[in-house]
Design a binder for this molecule. Structure first.
Ligand SMILES: Nc1ncnc2c1ncn2[C@@H]1O[C@H](COP(=O)(O)OP(=O)(O)OP(=O)(O)O)[C@@H](O)[C@H]1O
Ligand SMILES: [Mg+2]
Length: 258
């Protein structure tokens, strides 16, 4: 579904991505973790067709990305600039659904259902500037999920919500992605989160980014915020990802698995 091959990007003479290759099968949820400033958002913008990478190739469903692809939804890291300030939360969520050919009433229903899923049913009539940062972020997530894209890209989507809401949103994304078979690339700097939600965890090196490791998450389909995080396999993998993010090399057990 998603094939990123030898992706290279430089801003002027500043090399940010240094040959990044990532694959995601249809319906797979792949988490990307890496140190701050290593090039994660640049990677996401390249996949979304928002910047033209200096080198390498991105294929979505076998097609090269040479413009912003249809059937893609993006949750940006900078949520404060991703909603239209002159539209209510409900209208922000409903707007892209025009491309789905839904009539006004169905768009409204889908938007209300998505807002309800992120705990914002009561805020449907509010404008972005009347909402906290975390609420705006949840509206962005609702908009992406309501669209039911075949490829969902999320850049630190839960960065400014409280711990309880974050867990609820992680579970919501897991449920919606599994139910609708969405292929998802989720960028996060939260190591626990990457292991909890991912089918695979890709660890990027410090800038310029390369893939340090591509780790399968063998925790089964269904995850539980308390039970899963207590599993030995979870604790081991979290430690391994943590070590790799800090610049360690893969342990032999991980290398054997690959
Ligand atoms: N439009 C741009 N022009 C020039 N340099 C840029 C641009 N966007 C990003 N950079 C630089 O590229 C590097 C990688 O930035 P990027 O935003 O991709 O990193 P990131 O991993 O997403 O960081 P963070 O963890 O803080 O979100 C940084 O050094 C940044 O300053
Ligand atoms: Mg970023």
């Amino acid at each position: 579904m998603l094939e990123i091959t030898d992706l290279v990007h430089s801003y002027g003479s500043h090399r940010v991505l240094d040959g990044v290759s990532i694959r995601a099968a249809e319906g797979e949820l792949v988490c990307v973790v890496g140190p701050s400033g290593c090039g994660k958002s640049t990677l996401l913008r390249s996949v979304a067709g928002l910047i033209r990478p200096t080198g390498g190739r991105v294929l979505i469903g076998g097609q090269p990305v040479d413009r912003i692809p249809d059937n893609l939804a993006v949750v940006f890291q900078d949520y404060s600039r991703s909603l239209y300030p002159w539209m209510t939360a409900a209208n922000n969520v409903a707007l892209p659904l025009r491309r789905r050919g839904l009539d006004r009433r169905r768009r409204r229903e889908a938007a209300m259902a998505a807002l309800d899923q992120v705990g914002l049913a009561d805020a449907a009539a509010k404008y972005p500037w009347e909402m906290s940062g975390g609420m705006q972020q949840r509206v962005s997530i609702a908009r992406a999920l309501a669209y039911r894209p075949s490829l969902l890209l999320m850049d630190e989507p839960f960065g400014s919500v409280d711990a309880q809401t974050r867990e609820d949103l992680e579970d919501l994304v897991l449920r919606v992605c599994a139910h609708h078979g969405m292929t998802t690339l989720l960028i996060t700097h939260d190591i626990d989160e990457s292991v909890y939600v991912g089918d695979r965890v890709i660890v990027l090196t410090r800038s310029p980014a390369r893939v340090a490791a591509d780790l399968p998450v063998d925790l089964g389909e269904s995850r539980d915020q308390i039970a899963t995080r207590q599993l030995d396999a979870f604790v081991r993998l979290r430690a391994e990802v943590g070590r790799l993010v800090r610049g360690g090399s893969p342990t032999s057990t991980v290398l054997e698995k690959q």
